[in-house]
Design a protein around this ligand. Sequence first.
Ligand code: FES
Length: 132
Amino acid sequence: AARVSYPANRLANLKDLTVNEPLQIAYPDSDSPGVLIKLGTRVPGGAGPDGDLVAYSTLCPHKGFPLAYDGRDRTLSCPGHFSRFDTEKEGQQIWGHATQNLPMFRLAVDAAGDITAVGTDELIYGRTRNVL
Ligand code: FES
């Protein structure tokens, strides 16, 4: 099996976040934009004391267009060809041309509330490996 050593990048602190307001981040490097969201309800794969912290790539897995967050239904949507991904279900694709779910960035939260990205679960758009 391929072994990948991911960098651990500090993204923010719990006190920087407002429920349902996405914070722009990048992981595992500055060429890979994403969002960090406190959803306000516990979800599968959610991190932190409330199990409601999630982070995703915002490069569409179809052709790399930048995804936009819609707080009404908590999806990330693509302006390119309209793929949609569910932020409450580990980036599951709801509709569209993409052929994979959205890469979810795995998070760790320490006692001081610092949120760190520690890995990702799908291939980020445009890459042959997530960590170059
Ligand atoms: Fe997002 Fe095509 S680039 S659906």
